[in-house]
Each structure stands twice: as structure tokens, then as C-alpha cells.
Design a protein around this ligand. Structure first.
Ligand SMILES: CC(=O)SCCNC(=O)CCNC(=O)[C@H](O)C(C)(C)COP(=O)(O)OP(=O)(O)OC[C@H]1O[C@@H](n2cnc3c(N)ncnc32)[C@H](O)[C@@H]1OP(=O)(O)O
Ligand SMILES: O=C([O-])CC(=O)C(=O)O
Length: 426
């Protein structure tokens, strides 16, 4: 029997059957029977924003799959570039497709000299690298006028390749600029993650080659961050994309959303929190203060996961692999203790608050030498693949422009009062 709900309109006494498909009521069906009755849904907590075949997420079970493939298998066996192909094309590539994809991305890693010389170097010396990235991604739209051809699939593919390829170059350039070091050109003989690490850390000719274990860890972290269905930044991408803006402008909006401490900035907040806690002896008092309403446990809780974030488990494991090379980050012990205390405390259990992807990622990044300012930038590098997959999907479906309604709570109609007759309460 098909699932449905019966709604009785008490104003007219009429009843309607409204079908439910996969737990969702279609707004078209709703509006057909009840035009002008909106849902008040702040934070869109009860709204499915789109139909999507990219990422499956079951927050109660802690399941995440890209195009049907479990995140655990992809993190174990795949590479970030293969995953980006999968997210964008829907299927894993064969050898020929993969080689072409890697080749295309590799040959678009350079940025226009004017982006570097005139644009990036124009920022204030202490500019935040994520602020630089937001602006630089937006600026790319002015360098590629063909990006406006959003209904030409060949042009779309070209912008997709450019954006995926140039994100690490822009990210590393933003970092180097913010610490006063010279720009490093891409080394296209290296893999995608190794090239990024070279652009970050190279200090002398002829080349920089990172430890292969760190290269692999970087790639795994890129895989884990590549997509996460309708998160805040992807929603920003979809909202701006739905107005048919070019992909650079839409991706700049998404990058700006990711800059927020509630989203991509949370792992920076985790490091700050762990540093402030300072010692294992202070963990219990800190948890007590969170329960009393003094701040939040950073890197804990999630709008969708009401279970352990499956990515956090992989990040935690990866931390130990990284520490074999870098030495242990002393903040790890405080994080482990904090997790132990929180997961046995009724406050966190009853609210189903578990570690999310950000809880352990900052500890790894810090051990690898990244300053905290770079953490959201590291998130944006792979998330561009997810943003673009959603952008492509919405254009293929000719999705409607996003335009929700509101509940107006302002003044009732009133007459304009000339300034000399206005009476203000002091
Ligand atoms: C990649 C990512 O973006 S993952 C998320 C990264 N962000 C963080 O780690 C920041 C810390 N976490 C949070 O602020 C939240 O859990 C969010 C923003 C991720 C999700 O927020 P929402 O789904 O809107 O949950 P909401 O804010 O309504 O919280 C529900 C309850 O849990 C509590 N809660 C939620 N997160 C936390 C936390 N980290 N620490 C303590 N309490 C928390 C809230 O106080 C609230 O309690 P109440 O019902 O007594 O008022
Ligand atoms: O899904 C979310 O709301 C946040 C998140 O974990 C992500 O974007 O990776």
C-alpha cells in the first residue's frame, strides 16, 4: 500500500490524501490542495531541498556513500581524483577515462599570472587565507568569460576541470602570501595531493617531495571532505547556481559559507578549545561548563548525524598514520579524553551528540604543519568537487530558482509621517 497522509482543512472541512515518497511530501502536491499555506522551517530542518543522486547519508545509522559506494571503501581504495570523477560523472572511470581526467586536471593547475601578481599580492599582509580564497575564486569568473555558457555541457566541463585543478594552487598561494613566502608554481609531474604539498612547503630547487604516507593521508582527507549532500556551503552553491550565475561566482558563495565557524571553521575552533583546556585534568570541568551553557563542544554534534560521523572514525585512524611521520600531536590525548567523557555523559547521550569530521582533522593538519587559518581552505580544496557535482545536477534538471517564502512579523500598514511631525521615544 502506498504511503500517504490525510490532511483535514478545518476551515472548509475538506480532507486530502497527500502521497509520501521515501519519507518526503512533495511541495507540488501540498500546494495543489493547500495553496498559500507555507511551512515555517527555519534552518530548513524539515525541507528536502533537491532530488539528488550524488550522496546518500543516513544520519541515524552513521552511513555515508558517494554514488552508492561506502565512504570507508573509497577512503581505503580510491584516490581523490577518482572520487571527484565519480561524484561528477556518476560512475567510477575506466583506465582510459581516469588517465584523461587526471591529465586534464593536471594541465589546468596553473593560474593566470595576473591572478597571482595583481590580485593575490594586493591583499593586506595579514589577510586570512580563506578570505583570500573566497575572493580569488570569485575573481576567476572575470578571467573565463566562456563560463557564462552554463547550458553548454562542453563549457561546463571545462570550468569544472579548471576549478578542481586551480583550487590547490590558489589555496597554497593564499598561504604563502599570508606568511610572506614566494609563490611556488605547480609541479605537474606530481600527483594531485603531492603537488599541493609541494606548493605549500617547497623552499628550495629542484623539487619538494613529501613523505608518501603524508601524501596518502592528504588524499584520504580530500576524499572524506569531497561531498556531504545539502550541507550549508552546497546549499549556497545551489541557491546561487539556481539563479544561473557562473560556477566561479556560485563557488565563491559556497566558499564563503564554508568560512563560517559553524561549518568549515569548526576544526580551527577544536584546536583552540583543546589548547585552552590544556591538560587532561581540566577536561571534566570543561565538559561541565559546556553543559552549563558556556559555549559548545567544538567538533561535536551534527544536523544530520545522530550517531558517530563515519568520516570521524577514518580521520581518527588516519591521525595515527600521520603521527608515525610527524610525531604525536599532544592535543590528541586531550581530544581522546574529551570524547570519552562526553560519550559517557547524559547531556551528550540524550542529545545524540557525537564527534563529527572536524573533531580530529585539525589535530592532523596541525601535526602536518598547517596553521589553523588554513583548515577551512583545506576543506574547500576537495569540496569543490561536490559543489560542482550539485551545480551540474541542478542545471541538468533545469531546477527552479530557489525562492522560499517568509512569515512576515513586521508592522501592519501605516501612513508616512513627515520628519517634523515624528515623535520618538527617548
Ligand atoms: C563539517 C561540518 O560542518 S560538521 C559541523 C561542525 N560544527 C561544529 O562542530 C560546531 C559545534 N556543533 C554545533 O554547533 C551544532 O551541533 C551544529 C551547528 C553542527 C548542528 O546544529 P543544530 O542541528 O542546529 O543543533 P542545535 O544547535 O539545535 O542543537 C541541539 C541541542 O544540542 C546542543 N548541542 C548541539 N551541538 C552541541 C555541541 N557541540 N556542544 C554542546 N551542545 C550542543 C544544543 O545546545 C541543543 O541543546 P538544547 O536542545 O538543550 O537547546
Ligand atoms: O553536512 C553538514 O551539515 C556539514 C558537514 O558535515 C559537511 O559539510 O561535511
Amino acid at each position: 500500500m502506498a504511503e500517504s497522509i490525510t490532511i483535514t482543512d478545518n476551515r472548509t472541512g475538506e480532507s486530502f490524501e497527500i502521497p509520501i515518497e521515501n519519507g518526503v511530501v512533495s511541495s507540488h502536491e501540498w500546494q495543489k490542495h493547500l495553496p498559500g499555506i507555507w511551512f515555517y522551517d527555519p534552518g530548513l530542518m524539515s525541507t528536502a531541498m533537491a532530488e539528488s543522486s550524488i550522496t546518500y547519508l543516513d544520519g541515524d545509522q552513521g552511513i555515508l556513500r558517494y554514488r552508492g559506494y561506502p565512504i570507508e571503501q573509497l577512503a581505503e581504495e580510491s584516490t581523490y581524483l577518482e572520487v571527484s570523477y565519480l561524484l561528477l560523472h556518476g560512475e567510477l572511470p575506466n583506465k582510459e577515462q581516469y588517465d584523461k581526467w587526471v591529465n586534464d586536471i593536471t594541465h589546468h593547475t596553473f593560474i593566470h599570472e595576473n591572478v597571482r601578481k595583481r590580485f593575490l599580492e594586493g591583499f593586506h599582509y595579514d589577510a586570512h587565507p580563506m578570505g583570500i580564497l573566497v575572493s580569488a575564486v570569485a575573481a576567476l569568473s572575470t578571467f573565463y568569460s566562456d563560463a557564462k555558457n552554463i547550458f553548454d555541457p562542453a563549457s561546463r566541463d571545462k570550468q569544472i576541470v579548471r576549478l578542481i585543478a586551480k583550487m590547490p594552487t590558489l589555496a597554497a598561494a593564499a598561504y604563502r602570501f599570508s606568511v610572506g613566502m614566494p609563490f611556488v608554481y605547480p609541479d605537474n609531474s606530481l600527483s594531485f595531493p603531492a603537488n599541493f604539498l609541494s606548493m605549500m612547503w617547497k623552499i628550495a630547487e629542484p623539487r619538494y617531495e613529501a613523505d608518501p604516507r603524508l601524501v596518502r593521508a592528504m588524499d584520504v582527507l580530500f576524499i572524506l571532505h569531497a561531498d556531504h549532500e545539502q550541507n550549508c556551503s552546497t546549499t549556497a552553491m545551489r541557491v546561487v547556481g539556481s539563479a544561473h550565475a557562473d560556477p566561479y561566482s556560485a563557488a565563491a558563495a559556497a566558499t564563503a559559507a564554508l568560512y563560517g565557524p559553524r561549518h568549515g571553521g569548526a576544526n580551527e575552533a577544536v584546536i583552540k578549545m583543546l589548547t585552552e583546556i590544556g591538560s587532561l585534568d581540566n577536561v571534566s570541568d570543561f565538559v561541565k561548563s559546556v553543559k552549563e551553557g558556556h559555549g559548545r563542544l567544538q567538533g561535536f554534534g551534527h544536523r544530520v548525524y545522530k550517531n558517530y560521523d563515519p568520516r570521524a572514525k577514518i580521520v581518527k585512524r588516519t591521525a595515527y598514520e600521520v603521527f608515525e611521520v610527524t610525531g604525536k600531536n599532544p592535543l590528541l590525548d586531550i581530544a581522546l579524553k574529551l570524547e570519552e567523557v562526553a560519550l559517557s555523559d547524559d547531556y551528550f547521550i540524550s542529545r545524540r551528540l557525537y564527534p563529527n569530521v572536524d573533531f580530529y582533522s585539525g589535530i592532523i593538519y596541525q601535526a602536518m604543519g598547517f596553521p589553523v587559518d588554513m583548515f577551512p581552505v583545506l576543506f574547500a580544496i576537495p569540496r569543490i568537487s561536490g559543489w560542482l557535482a550539485h551545480w551540474n545536477e541542478l542545471l541538468e534538471e533545469d531546477a527552479k530558482i530557489v525562492r522560499p517564502r517568509q512569515c512576515y512579523v513586521g508592522s501592519d500598514v501605516r501612513d508616512y509621517v513627515p520628519m517634523e511631525k515624528r515623535e520618538f521615544e527617548s
